[in-house]
Design a protein around this ligand. Sequence first.
Ligand code: KG4
Ligand code: ZN
Length: 352
Amino acid sequence: MKPVRVLAIETSCDETAISLISVRDRAGKPEEVKVVGHLVSSQIPIHQKYGGVVPEVAARSHVPETVSLLTQALGKKRMNAFDVIAVTRGPGLPTALSVGVEAARTLAWLSKKPLVGVNHLEGHVASAWLDGHKRRFWQYPLLALVVSGGHTELVIVEALGKYRLIGQTRDDAAGEAFDKSAKLMGLPYPGGPQIEKRALQGDKTKFSLPRPMRHDGSFDFSFSGLKTAVRNTWDEVKTTSADLEQTKNDLAASVQEAIIEILVEKTIAAAKAERVKGVLLVGGVSASSALRNRLGAAVKKQLPGVHYLPSMRKYVTDNAAMIAAAGYWRYQLGDLTQWQDLDIDPEWNIGV
Ligand code: KG4
Ligand code: ZN
């Protein structure tokens, strides 16, 4: 069978990304997926001076980057370089999403190729599927822990494109908890990697921080109380500490421990309750080695026979290869949109 080449555009937040993947269906076997192009232009340096993402600045920065990356990805073949166009239409920042969606609509009109609107969170789920070694372990149902700067969700993947949201954060996302805690301690954006680096030198037992909703029996999360506790602790120690750098390391280690512990506990409980065959770990926060290792060890110990499927590091933070993968699924399901009808959906959740 001829491979299907999917061109994908992602502009939902602060990364402009374009990808081209080629998927060959091998009747009855896992598909063969080649990531031909994987271009990501991060706006982190632009937003760093504001301490977080500024939506208007993000949208404006996407415009020239989208054009530049598209021309790079398509090369001389231009409209002949792809068979299907996939684009993130939500959830995300409305003006940022509009840039990608309008580019995709224009390309679909010019090329007359099929167009697919992709859910960003489905893209994160699909990021784990890009791992060719693990694709054969995709046996449903699967449980996905989706942890990013905007989302913390437990999603049951019943089948390709069929989701059930069984838990989510009631306030801040896990990535946001990392980012806000780091900001309170004067560490730059994004805070997750900073906290992880500091935590390596810190003592996680130094500060006792809350684990909200730990024993409430639900699969929901809450991280805003943690942020308040970090603020109170930091306000207290920053004037009394004899070694402020070490105190920062200790607080970073304690915050990281609190977030990881609750994520791992709830994921394992959900996997047991739903009797899943595999556990996916996806989204920007899954860049954390500490989280990857802890969840992996917990799955191995507490869920015998269940496969642990974290997405590869190069696909954890926002990228378009994952959107292309989810776009391919949608294309297979026949979920196409006319270019005249495609619109952004900033609040679009997965599984609802
Ligand atoms: O998926 P992503 O790139 O963007 C969103 O869709 O939000 O995730 C970005 C988030 C940020 O909050 C960042 O602090 C967090 O992922 N992150 C980490 C680490 N690397 C990135 N959090 C904890 N530990 C890390 N090593
Ligand atoms: Zn994301």
